[in-house]
Ligand binder design. Structure first.
Ligand SMILES: *Cc1c(COP(=O)(O)O)cnc(C)c1O
Length: 268
């Protein structure tokens, strides 16, 4: 058997996950009537101590919606130079939100509260208005590096002081929480919005959830529709994500043990 190590996205559902998909109760999610999608959104939100969630087709979409919800043309996003939101999302910050980007050279994809503070623009007509900070945990181009809880907390405090929104690209947040031994609710307290991928190490075929307070998610739902991400009987795929949240998080412990033997390959 060949094992494809290009990415943790190259997965297929287990028989149990497929069974959960087949048995899903569904409705039209654009009318907010799909019980499985609602259950997935509520389950994910509760884990991170957030008020609400929004199921989307991809992590690119959850990130781009989160950015668009709090920025506008003439504002600026602060992030690390290899951030997925900047490097791998086709220039979406510019084309979707018209926002500028301030890039920080971090340590394997991670930045510090000091980096954030130094990169906030002065309130002066020459500069775009600093509005949002995005962290990535684990950091993809950092080769899976992850933040300590205290560092995220310091950045969150700096953002609060300086009136900046803070978004987490948590495509692989459970890998970080397991490796560093902090809980999703510890993480939830630091961020205004969080994107979590169900289709990476968790093994669902598709989907990501965006988490935040009710006001943010209401706005995000509008933006999702404009982006073409309003789905109908999405419960069939949401069931796989829900199954993954309920059954596959602890499986990452095994993955991490195997990673000890990992050869060097380019991580996408
Ligand atoms: C994979 C990934 C995403 C989202 O990717 P999609 O393929 O659009 O689901 C976002 N951020 C990071 C760090 C990722 O690795």
């Amino acid at each position: 058997m060949m094992i494809d190590l290009r990415s943790d996205t190259v997965t297929k559902p287990t028989p149990q996950m497929l069974e959960a998909m087949l048995n899903a109760k569904v409705g039209d999610d654009v009318f907010e009537e799909d019980p499985t999608v609602i259950q997935l959104e509520e389950t994910a939100a509760k884990m991170f101590g957030k008020e609400a969630g929004l199921y989307c087709p991809s992590g690119t979409m959850t990130n781009q919606i989160a950015i668009k919800a709090v920025t506008e043309s003439g504002t600026e996003v602060i992030c690390e130079k290899g951030s997925h939101v900047y490097y791998y999302e086709g220039g979406g910050i510019m084309s979707n939100s018209g926002a500028s980007v301030k890039l920080i050279e971090g340590n394997r994809g991670r930045i510090t509260a000091d980096d954030v503070i130094k990169n906030i623009n002065a309130d002066n007509v020459h500069f775009p208005e600093s509005r949002l900070v995005v962290l990535e945990n684990t950091a993809n181009r950092g080769g899976g590096s992850c933040y300590n809880l205290e560092d995220m907390q310091s950045i969150a405090a700096a953002c609060k002081t300086h009136n900046l929104f803070l978004h987490l690209d948590g495509a692989r947040i459970f890998n970080a929480s397991i490796a560093k031994n902090y809980s999703p609710s510890d993480i939830g307290k630091c961020f205004n919005s969080i994107s979590v991928c169900l289709s990476k190490g968790l093994g669902a075929p598709v989907g990501s959830v965006l988490l935040g307070d009710k006001g943010l998610i209401k706005k995000a739902r509008r933006i999702r529709k404009v982006f073409g991400g309003g789905m109908r009987q999405a419960g069939y795929i949401a069931a796989a994500g829900l199954y993954a949240l309920n059954n596959h998080i602890n499986r990452l412990v095994d993955d991490h043990k195997k990673q000890t033997h990992r050869i060097n390959f380019k991580i996408m």
